[in-house]
Write a protein that binds this ligand. Sequence first.
Ligand code: NAD
Length: 250
Amino acid sequence: MNQETVIDEVRRMLEQSRRVVIFTGAGVSTESGIPDFRSPGGIWTKYQPIDFREFISSEESRRETWRRKIAVDEAVSQAQPNRGHRAISHLVAQGKVSSVITQNIDGLHQRSGIPEEKIIELHGNGTYAACLECAQRYELGDLFAAFKAHEEPPVCECGGFIKSATISFGQPMPVEAMRRAQAESLSCDLFIAIGSSLVVYPAASFPAVAKQNGSRLVILNREPTDLDYLADLVLNLEIGPTLGNVTGVE
Ligand code: NAD
């Protein structure tokens, strides 16, 4: 299929569907200047991830986590939603998309105008921090200033460790977000996975849950993914221009 035919096919599938779920990964935000994990030059080529157990057990790991957090945030905090985010927001506003399930932690779907209640964050949100004991929310600017002054990993008034409100490897998945994502995947008739290598589990289980329950599955990703064999349509294309063409959004 040439590119125009593929775009027409996605439009047709959207028209034929009554309930669409959009599932996004780091690839949606690369056009905003936020590197993904697995492409060349991605975050993993620079840093080995710090496991949640290491964060809990070692003050030096907590210090290193906060050093990295500051370095990454200085590089990406100016990021703005891109054409792909805007196109997804447009589809949500049209009323067919029941939810956007995201692995991203950058808050750019919210910033593109999608209502908070339509977004399911599987891996948390890196735009703020929280106490691991009492869940008290903390703003990053205050924490960064204090950390830069004395390099002490932040601790809550209750004594709990403060951590970016993201889900690290080894950390339990958020129960309510997982429950909602499962329910949405079971009740859609079109599931579109965008910008994810579909190798991080349990997040990557949702496209298969949807497909096995009778939904159609579309995968839009620059590279092949592990779940292409399940898909009704695979688009190895760039996200912004492709979704822009599908929706007419600039
Ligand atoms: P991933 O890095 O494993 O996969 C991203 C995929 O997107 C790659 O296969 C790549 O080929 C594709 N891609 C990148 N830019 C693209 C573009 N412009 N057009 C089309 N395809 C493009 O990411 P993942 O599957 O989301 O898993 C990594 C984990 O890292 C996630 O769990 C997420 O929580 C976290 N993460 C989040 C962010 C963010 O919030 N923006 C950034 C990096 C990592």
